[in-house]
Design a protein. Structure first.
Length: 318
């Protein structure tokens, strides 16, 4: 009797809206398909719980590495998600209450024995930018506050700072502010919604201009040995490919490896199989666990099968 195929579910944004040439979720799905896994596609709205059992309208998914025609979906079928082996939670931020509610629902699948990547309670605990608080020794001077007064004092102390919301992604709403900037108070008011939302401020690290904002991928706590350096476009301070930064492949530095040695074991213990650390100069600035990217760009630079490393880690857990 032939062995039953493993089943992989993915919760993501609309698959027709992705950019296939750079989408890490698609890289994962292509790898799973190459291993003979059956793929099932879901969006947040497809999930529900009845009497404690997680259900979903899943759609059988086929994927191809074709930038013009990368997927086919079959008609939806209602089924219990306990029937799956693995679920990839790849919904992009914002990290809002709907995201948190989704992790609660997926926790019912975990309770039924499904491997959810990344672990649901850790998706809530490891809140991207805010979780850097646990590794302050690796980070630049950092402030998380609602107070515009505190931000102003931090700016005067540091001279130049970066301010950003705690729930954003892709370079949105990131500001560089220099001491004496007449727009400073307006920026602080905007980023904190008038003092009603927590936001982050970090000392500006000038090495971003030449060295870029490096994305380092951690797979089951271990770093892939190269970083994706995202060099800001002329006239921009943001090292985000989504806003025009240029990508370069780099070897990890000794400092990069020390940061990974500090952070990696903690994430592994928390069931974070796939994470993206952001490092500028010698400093850790973010810990990305919701839907980290960078696989496809790094694979093109170095020719390695990074998604394969991830699925080796997943299969070792089954």
């Amino acid at each position: 009797m032939s062995q039953q195929k493993r089943r992989l579910g993915v919760v993501m944004d609309r698959i027709e809206s992705i950019k296939p040439a750079k989408d890490s979720t698609l890289a994962m799905l292509l790898e799973a398909a190459s291993r003979g896994w059956q793929l099932s596609y879901m969006e947040q709205a497809d999930l529900w719980v009845r009497d404690g059992r997680l259900q979903a309208r899943t759609r059988s998914l086929q994927v191809r590495d074709d930038p013009k025609d990368w997927f086919d979906l079959e008609d939806p079928v209602a089924e219990p998600l306990a029937d799956l082996d693995v679920i990839l939670m790849r919904k992009d931020p914002p990290f809002d209450m709907e995201y948190i509610y989704t992790t609660y629902l997926l926790g019912r699948a975990e309770q039924a024995g499904v491997l959810v990547v990344n672990r649901t309670n850790s998706l809530r605990d490891v809140s991207e930018k805010a979780y850097t608080m646990w590794f302050a020794d690796c980070c630049p001077p950092t402030l998380i506050t609602r107070s515009m007064t505190e931000m102003g004092a931090f700016l005067e102390e540091q001279g130049s700072i970066v301010v950003k919301p705690l729930d954003g992604m892709g370079g949105r709403s990131i500001f560089v502010v220099h001491a004496g900037d007449p727009n400073g108070n307006v920026i602080f008011e905007t980023i904190t919604s008038g003092g009603t939302h927590f936001a982050m401020a970090q000392r500006y690290i000038p090495e971003i201009v030449e060295g870029g904002d490096k994305r380092i991928l951690l797979i089951d706590g271990q770093p892939y040995p190269h970083a994706l350096a995202r060099i800001p476009a002329p006239g921009d301070n943001r090292g985000n490919l989504a806003v025009g930064a240029r990508a370069e492949g780099r070897e990890l530095t000794d400092r990069d490896r020390r940061i990974c040695e500090r952070v990696g074991p903690v994430l592994k213990d928390k069931g974070i199989l796939f994470a993206g650390l952001d490092v500028i100069g010698d400093y850790l600035t973010e810990i990305n666990v919701t839907s980290p990217t960078g696989i496809r760009e790094l694979e093109r630079f170095f020719g390695d099968n990074i998604a394969g490393l991830m699925f080796d880690a997943i299969e070792s857990r089954l």
